[in-house]
Design a protein around this ligand. Structure first.
Ligand code: NAI
Ligand code: MG
Length: 362
């Protein structure tokens, strides 16, 4: 029996509401599969922990997390703690320390969900953004001088290494090879000539290794328009940390809701644990009402099972989500329903049991 030890960090706000649903669905998938089990260990880190201890995670958190097979993460950030403190103190610390350089972000319109784009159905919105996740604009290099004075200056530098660019681009090419063989690279070399000329050069060089993939370089602003106008032309998109951050909220929006967009922060070499989380944040505006959509959290769990080597169980979860959205009930208010967070989780659990058992008999 394969055994996986999963670190669970619900974090803040709706992270605490969607996490139990994700765990419950994963447990159901493991039970149905019967040949692997999941052991979850929860950690109470986040903004409440910060207000008590002056830090977002325990001092030895990274050492504690390192032996786990994977990290299942909710969201961080809450009013009262600056977002820069919460994000850098947790999510960025984990992604950078565990070298989770490939952040995989699917934008897929599920059946029955209405895209805000007129006339675009599930066949038109099915692509993956691969985000560089350890350097670039989010390297954390810079400073502020003359603090509080009128002549105050802030410097924020991007750090782009050849190795860092090359590995994420190669990952994206491989992913495109396994799909519809089209890769778009988001650039801005017309204005950011140092970082993105290097990015473009590496993209062209790595592209030589993949003659079977149609590679295209597009300015990020034009690409944002293309997300809206021609999403069907996209298969895999590779972009820097900041560009992909912005593009994937747009991707989530056209796929129906931020509440449905999953993500995997991968260390592809498996030297360190990878981390799986929804794209959305802690949504303080809806926290406490049990109306948060748990599908992004649940879907991220499916990405985790796939990466851990349980693709069948991962597929059951995705099939269950598809069956749910297609049936139109129960769904949370962000996608037109009236259901509570836990009702959606319960429905997905029931569907996973049904789908898994049917698949087992085939
Ligand atoms: P957000 O993603 O939390 O919310 C944006 C909007 O989407 C809100 O109107 C919210 O109600 C809605 N929304 C988000 N998730 C939803 C779900 N599952 N179901 C239904 N509606 C949902 O982003 P926002 O408001 O910019 O940030 C709130 C906090 O979250 C901030 O402290 C921010 O720093 C943090 N944040 C953390 C992230 C992370 O932990 N990875 C990512 C993004 C933001
Ligand atoms: Mg974001």
């Amino acid at each position: 029996m394969q055994h996986y030890h999963i670190a669970v960090i619900p974090g803040d706000g709706i992270g605490n509401e969607v996490m139990p649903e994700g765990v419950k669905v994963l447990q159901a998938a493991a039970e149905v599969a019967g040949d692997f089990n999941l052991e979850f260990s929860a950690f109470p880190w986040g903004c409440a922990y910060y207000l008590e201890h002056g830090r977002m995670m325990a001092a030895d958190a990274l050492k504690t997390l390192e032996p786990f097979d994977a990290i299942y993460f909710g969201a961080v950030g809450f009013p009262g703690v600056p977002d820069s403190v919460s994000l850098r103190g947790m999510r960025l610390a984990i992604c950078q320390s565990f070298d989770q350089y490939a952040n995989v972000r699917p934008a897929v319109l599920l059946p029955g969900i209405r895209s805000p784009l007129a006339g675009k159905g599930p066949e038109a919105i099915d692509f993956i953004v691969v985000r560089e996740n350890t350097e670039g604009e989010y390297s954390g290099v810079g400073g502020r001088v003359h603090r509080g004075l009128p002549l105050e200056v802030a410097v924020q530098s991007g750090v782009f290494s050849r190795t860092g660019i090359e590995r994420v681009i190669r990952f994206a090419f491989r992913l495109a090879q396994s799909r519809r063989r089209r890769l778009v690279s988001a650039t801005k070399s017309n204005a950011l000539e140092y970082a993105f000329e290097l990015w473009d050069e590496v993209f062209a060089q790595v592209g030589q290794e993949f003659p079977d993939v149609i590679a295209e370089q597009v300015l990020v602003d034009a690409l944002a328009a293309r997300f809206v106008l021609r999403p069907e032309s996209l298969d895999v998109v590779v972009a820097s940390n900041l560009f992909a951050d912005i593009l994937t909220d747009l991707g989530a929006a056209i796929a129906g809701s931020l509440g449905m967009a999953p993500t995997a922060n991968l260390n592809p070499e498996r030297t360190y644990p990878s981390m799986f989380e929804p794209i959305h944040g802690s949504a303080p505006d809806i926290y406490g009402q049990q109306i948060a959509n748990p599908l992004a959290m649940i879907w991220s769990g499916a990405l985790m099972l796939e990466f851990l080597g349980q693709p069948a169980a991962a597929q059951w979860i995705i099939a269950a989500m598809r069956a749910l959205t297609e049936s139109g009930h129960p769904l949370t208010p962000d996608i037109g329903g009236t259901a509570r967070t836990y009702e959606v989780g319960d429905a997905v659990v029931a569907l996973v049991r049904k789908v898994g058992v049917v698949a087992d008999r085939l």
